[in-house]
Design a protein around this ligand. Structure first.
Ligand code: SF4
Length: 290
């Protein structure tokens, strides 16, 4: 797991649904419900008793509001629990105080659903923030010494050319998170985004229904947004994003400087070997310069 500090890491879920309504997301409008803080901390105590001292909370959104996050941190300290943890959240609603408090209570990394590094993209994805907010939050993470991960989408209604996607990548490089997870913009069923694409004729509105009823019917479901760029183009751009981010000397140097244990060095080395193997497999594929 990127950014893990401990040799044994587990995952946990504290909530389902999300109070936000990003139109591309399949948790869109799903009712938010959360476990009690005591119940979550009981699970953490059990994990620690098994020797697992790091947990990544894989909730769609771990910090529904600042007050909940503060209470969670208070609970960790009240029980004297010592473990590292990380979580996923949004730029909108994140405060410096929240980052600092989570760090004090053991958090070591935060994953942010940034999605776009352009204001137009942030508006399309309804992230309720602008690029200044994004830069501010990642700066807070650096200043509070907590690792940051940026989720960035590739392609979509507002990214009409290869240059616009590569421009987004360049802005993500300037943001300089510890890690970045690039992913193709995918119209998931039962989302406003999916309905919009179906109305535009990018795919059949009933494609998922037909496929679910008969997996052998041959219905094609959309995995990319092909309004402006082809699937091949988008997959090629996705590869470029990963290469340009992870093969930077600055990224490699930072990883080495942040090493705190032999286990981290081992994990880094095995990740680098996997990446190199992948690159060797793809050596014959063309790449456009950024
Ligand atoms: S993308 Fe994240 S913040 Fe937006 S609705 Fe989905 S889970 Fe919630």
């Amino acid at each position: 797991m990127p950014g893990a500090k401990q040799p044994l890491v587990t995952t946990a879920i504290t909530s389902r649904g999300c109070p936000h309504s990003c139109p591309f997301c399949f948790t869109y409008t799903k009712q938010y419900r959360v476990r009690s803080i005591d119940n979550i901390l009981d699970e953490m105590e059990h994990s620690i008793s098994l020797g697992i001292t790091e947990t990544f909370f894989v909730d769609d959104l771990f910090t529904p509001n600042a007050a909940w996050a503060m209470k969670f941190c208070d609970g960790i300290e009240a029980r004297g629990l010592k473990f590292n943890w990380g979580y996923k959240t949004t730029i909108a609603g994140t405060t410096r105080e929240q980052i600092r408090r989570c760090k004090e209570a053991g958090a070591t990394k935060i994953h942010f659903g940034v999605e776009s590094m352009h204001n137009e993209g942030l508006a399309v994805h309804q992230k309720h923030c602008d690029t200044d907010d994004v830069h501010r939050v990642f700066k807070w993470c650096r200043e509070e010494s907590i690792r940051s991960v940026a989720y960035i989408m590739v392609g979509g209604p507002h990214e009409t050319t290869r240059d616009s996607i590569l421009g987004n990548l360049n802005e993500a490089l300037k943001l300089d998170p510890d890690y970045a997870a690039f992913a193709i913009y995918t119209p998931y069923p039962n989302t406003p985004t999916f309905d919009e694409g179906a109305k535009m004729g990018l795919y059949a509105a009933d494609c998922w229904d037909r496929l679910m009823k008969d997996p052998l019917c041959g219905a094609e479901v959309p995995v990319v947004w092909e309004e402006h760029l082809s699937k091949e183009d988008l997959l090629d751009l996705l590869k470029i994003c990963h290469r340009k981010f992870y093969f930077r000397p600055k990224f490699i140097a930072r990883q080495l400087l942040q090493l705190e244990s032999k286990q981290e060095l081992k994990r880094l080395a095995s990740g680098a070997i996997s990446l190199l193997k992948l690159e060797m497999l793809k050596a014959d594929s063309p790449e456009a310069p950024v």
